[in-house]
Ligand binder design. Structure first.
Ligand code: AMP
Length: 209
């Protein structure tokens, strides 16, 4: 592990129901210098499904359930360390944009050892049917089998409500509510407006890399 990775990583979390647009927003931000996007679901999907870890991911995600916390954090940490060692993610100058992790309070507590959370972007979309519509569309486009069946979609949304949404209270005082039902580009404008207000952003922006 490099020296940098031992410090708390400056982070912004994107929290929202499946289909709210976390990945869409996170991906765009990740293309901007001084930001690094990590989508936990993408880390899982990049696993070889012939491996034990890959099989565990398929087992849980195909039912719309969360992968157990220890497995998740272990994989996430290994991937972050790998990105640091290969100079993709530079924690001394990049703000880490986390999408899909933490997914519950236990994960949030474990991550306190690694992250300094500066802001939580809560993408709100109270309409379950709209979330389901977006997931069905994504299933066709991106070959996401966990978004393909109505039963799994419903369970994914329930899992979010029961396990992930309580994080909004957990991070009270750091949460920006953003209406995710707007057009993606308008949501992006709102997300960026929140991020550029942050002291950590202003500090990082001064660094010439
Ligand atoms: P996502 O692409 O974020 O919707 O994640 C797809 C699936 O990956 C989820 O339904 C979970 O099975 C698994 N997953 C992703 N992130 C996590 C996490 N932080 N904790 C547990 N499971 C996760």
């Amino acid at each position: 592990m490099s020296g940098d990775s031992r410090k708390l990583h400056p982070s912004v979390l994107i929290i929202g129901a499946p289909g709210a647009g976390k990945g869409t927003q996170g991906k765009v931000l990740g293309t901007v210098p001084r930001f690094f996007h990590c989508a936990c679901g993408d880390v899982f999907r990049s696993l070889d499904t012939r491996t034990e870890l890959g099989q565990q991911f398929v087992e849980f995600s195909s039912k719309g359930e969360l992968v157990p916390d220890e497995i998740t954090i272990g994989l996430w940490k290994a991937q972050i360390d790998n990105w640091i060692e290969t100079y993709h993610y530079k924690p001394d100058i990049d703000i880490l944009i986390l999408d899909g992790i933490p997914r519950n309070e236990h994960q949030a507590k474990i991550l306190e050892d690694y992250l300094e959370v500066h802001q939580v972007i809560h993408l709100t979309c109270p309409d379950r049917e709209e979330l389901a519509r977006r997931m069905r569309k994504r299933a066709l486009k991106d070959n996401r089998y966990d978004d393909a069946s109505d039963e799994v979609i419903a369970h994914r949304i329930d899992t979010y409500v029961e396990e992930t949404r309580p994080l909004i209270d957990h991070y009270e005082g750091k949460v920006s509510e953003i209406d995710a039902t707007k057009q993606p580009v308008e949501v992006l404008a709102d997300v960026i407006a929140e991020i550029v207000k942050l002291d950590v952003y202003r500090e990082m922006a001064k660094v010439v890399a």
